[in-house]
Design a protein around this ligand. Structure first.
Ligand code: ADP
Ligand code: MG
Length: 211
C-alpha cells in the first residue's frame, strides 16, 4: 500500500484502510438492532445481522487487505462482502467495491468518476434506479456530491438526510415492494446501512486529513 503525500505530511493508507474497516465494523455492530428493526417493518428483519456478518468478515481480513494495492484490496473486499452479507444487499455492496477496484485498476485516479461508474453498476445489478426506496437513494446523491467535490466534512453531515428521504418513498424493488403503499412511512434499511457506512468512512477520512 502506498503512502499518500499531502502538503506537509505523509498518510499511511494501509493504516487508514484498516481504521476505516474497523470503524465501519464498529458502527454496524452498534446499529445492528436498528437496521434489523427497519428491515422488520418492511422486509424480513435480517438486514442488521447480514451487515454485521459482512463487516466482521471484512474486519477479520483487514491486515491482509491493507497490505494489498488499493485496487486489489477493493476487489478482494467486494468478494468477501458478496460471500458474507448474503440477501439482496450482499451482491449490491459487493458489486460496489468490486467495480471501484476494477475502475482503480485501469489506472483511473479520479475517485469521484470511479465511484460514479461503480454506482451505475450497482443500479444495473439491482435493475433499479433512485426513487425506488433502496440503497441507491443514498449512493446516487452521494456520488453526485463527490463529483461536485463537496467538502468531506459537509458531506458527512448531509448523508443521513439522503436515507431520510426514503421514508416517504414507496418501495419498488426488493422484499419491501411486496408491501406497496404500506412501505411508505419507513426508512429503507439498505439506505440506512449505506448512510451509516458512508458517514463513518467520511469521518475517518476527514480525521486522517485526507479531505
Ligand atoms: P433481503 O431483502 O434479501 O432480506 P437485506 O435485508 O440484507 O436482504 O437487504 C435489503 C435491502 O437491499 C433493501 O433495504 C434495499 O436497500 C436493498 N435492495 C433490495 N433489492 C434491491 C434492488 N433490486 N436494487 C437495489 N437495492 C435493493
Ligand atoms: Mg432482509
Amino acid at each position: 500500500m502506498i503512502a499518500v503525500r499531502q502538503p506537509g505530511r505523509v498518510i499511511d493508507t494501509a493504516a487508514l484502510m484498516s481504521r476505516v474497516i474497523g470503524a465501519c465494523r464498529d458502527a454496524v455492530g452498534s446499529e445492528e438492532a436498528r437496521l434489523c428493526d427497519l428491515d422488520r417493518a418492511i422486509g424480513d428483519g435480517d438486514h442488521g445481522t447480514n451487515m454485521r456478518r459482512g463487516l466482521e468478515a471484512l474486519a477479520a481480513e483487514r491486515e491482509q487487505l491493507a497490505a494489498m494495492p488499493l485496487a486489489e484490496a477493493m476487489i478482494a473486499a467486494g468478494t468477501i462482502l458478496v460471500m458474507t452479507i448474503g440477501g439482496a444487499a450482499g451482491p449490491l455492496y459487493g458489486t460496489l467495491l468490486l467495480e471501484i477496484g476494477k475502475g482503480l485498476s485501469t489506472g483511473r485516479v479520479e475517485f469521484p468518476q470511479v465511484f460514479q461508474q461503480a454506482v451505475a453498476a450497482v443500479a444495473q445489478r439491482g435493475r433499479s434506479s433512485p426513487g425506488e426506496k433502496t440503497l441507491l437513494d443514498v449512493l446516487v446523491p452521494l456520488s453526485d456530491e463527490l463529483i461536485k467535490h463537496t467538502d468531506m466534512r459537509r458531506l458527512a453531515e448531509k448523508i443521513q438526510g439522503f436515507a431520510e428521504m426514503t421514508i416517504d418513498m414507496k418501495a419498488l424493488r426488493g422484499r419491501a415492494s411486496f408491501l406497496g403503499e404500506r412501505s411508505v412511512g419507513h426508512m429503507d434499511p439498505g439506505a440506512a446501512s449505506c448512510a451509516l457506512l458512508a458517514t463513518t468512512a467520511c469521518r475517518e477520512l476527514t480525521e486522517a486529513g485526507l479531505a
